[in-house]
Design a protein around this ligand. Sequence first.
Ligand SMILES: C[S@@+](CC[C@H](N)C(=O)[O-])C[C@H]1O[C@@H](n2cnc3c(N)ncnc32)[C@H](O)[C@@H]1O
Length: 190
Amino acid sequence: MINLTIEKIKNEADVYNIPRAKIATIDFINSIIQKKNVKSILEIGTGNGFSSASFSQNKNIKKILTFEIDPERIKLAKLNLKYFPKVEIIEKDFLEWNGDEKFDLIFIDGMKRLYKDFFLHSQKFSKKNTIFVSDNLNFLNNRSINNFENKYKNIIEKLREYVVFLEAEKNFQTDFYFDTGDGIAITTSK
Ligand SMILES: C[S@@+](CC[C@H](N)C(=O)[O-])C[C@H]1O[C@@H](n2cnc3c(N)ncnc32)[C@H](O)[C@@H]1O
């Protein structure tokens, strides 16, 4: 029953052209949830609810807080996620949110040029062993930057800067999985 619902959410995202995590990314994160006994997730970027619905199926998971700013996507996500009571949608720009909860895993999947800001802001909601997962690092397959329009060039440049930023972080260790899904980084504190 639930699997069918998730399949419908996935198809809806594809029909309406709403970006969503690849299945390989969902599987990869689900294996981290299992291995590291992740109980709570903060997600930046709900889309129509596909990834949060998928993660919430994991028995370990008790709570997912997911942020979305696009009104149309919020409408769809609210309808879709009513079947997934562990997921709470916050209709707000994540960068303007201030809460005092801490999460086991933080999934960075919002506007690509703001990843560094998301990572820095999400420190407030992390603890020593929080796992940060950043998706889409292989945006447009890392093809030569000159082949793309300016708006894409800017995103690619920002993502490359983000990779360099993570690599240089002295307090964090990042492992990159460029061949998984759309390219994933797993960051934990040293
Ligand atoms: C890639 S989609 C999310 C896909 C979703 N995680 C999934 O896999 O099903 C990114 C979403 O992030 C939202 N977004 C971008 N910047 C945001 C922000 N600052 N705060 C909250 N949501 C944001 C966009 O509106 C967009 O719907």
